[in-house]
Design a protein around this ligand. Structure first.
Ligand code: GTP
Ligand code: MG
Length: 224
């Protein structure tokens, strides 16, 4: 991973940059670096679980793992929208999704098995669980959201960082990606009808998830 440029303040500020802003820019970048470290920690844990699960079960539970740091623009937009104090401390205290990981699983039950394995680890603290699989959002959105706290070890401190982990199946991700792309507004013509159709699509893809999982079980049972 190329880290140098991203954390090199000289590449973003000029000599006439005011000291007070420079100090804030420095602590903002330091916080972002710490969130990146927290992402690395959680990603490593997921990679370890993937390796062990794959060896024991002869298939990998994760289709893909994607992580991202929230962009400065999105951070500012959310802080303003929620009316939080605009400061580096305010970001750290109020936002739980600056560091985000999306884990795409093969089958619905892999989500719960692997999420449990992760949250059972003794250096991870679960701050919040939102199960939109058992309780889908009204629009049909499904995923398991966890807000975790994980320590990172810096040169002279140990610091707990928040990370949002979203677990979904390929089918849930397919629906969420397209729904996001549609960016559909509630005040358009036939809005009710479109909402209903979106929800039906989510239900259809959820049925497909369960049928594929049942198929996997039948194939595994016939192998034994
Ligand atoms: P914010 O974190 O302030 O956005 O609100 P929240 O904490 O209530 O959010 P929630 O945990 O419900 O969802 C956070 C993230 O889940 C979003 O940033 C999206 O990535 C994803 N998400 C939630 N709802 C939807 C949805 O209806 N459609 C899609 N495509 N993604 C969603
Ligand atoms: Mg949230």
């Amino acid at each position: 991973m190329e880290l140098k440029k991203e954390f090199d303040l000289e590449t973003i500020v000029t000599s006439e940059f005011p000291d007070v802003l420079l100090e804030q820019a420095r602590s903002f970048m330091e916080l972002m670096m710490q969130y990146r470290c927290a992402l690395m920690e959680v990603e490593t844990k997921l990679n370890v679980l993937n390796a062990e699960f794959t060896m024991k079960n002869n298939r990998n539970p994760f289709e893909s793992i994607k992580s991202r740091i929230k962009s400065p623009q999105s951070i500012i937009e959310k802080m303003q929208r929620k009316g939080y104090e605009m400061s580096v401390k305010g970001i750290e205290e109020n936002l739980a999704d600056v560091a985000g990981i999306r884990v795409i699983c093969s089958f619905p039950d892999d989500i719960y098995v692997t999420a449990k394995m992760l949250t059972n680890q003794d250096d991870i603290r679960v701050l919040e669980v939102k199960d939109y699989i058992v309780n889908p959002k009204p629009n049909g959105y499904r995923s398991l959201h966890l807000i975790l706290e994980i320590p990172i070890f810096l040169s002279n401190e140990k610091k707990d960082m928040k990370v949002e982990v979203q677990f979904r199946t390929i089918a849930m991700d397919f629906w969420a990606s397209l729904e996001h792309k549609l960016k559909y507004k509630k005040n358009i013509e036939n809005a009710e009808d479109i909402s209903r159709e979106l929800r039906k699509c989510a239900e259809a893809s959820s049925m497909l998830d369960l049928r594929m999982q049942a198929l996997r079980d039948r194939i595994e049972a016939s192998r034994e």
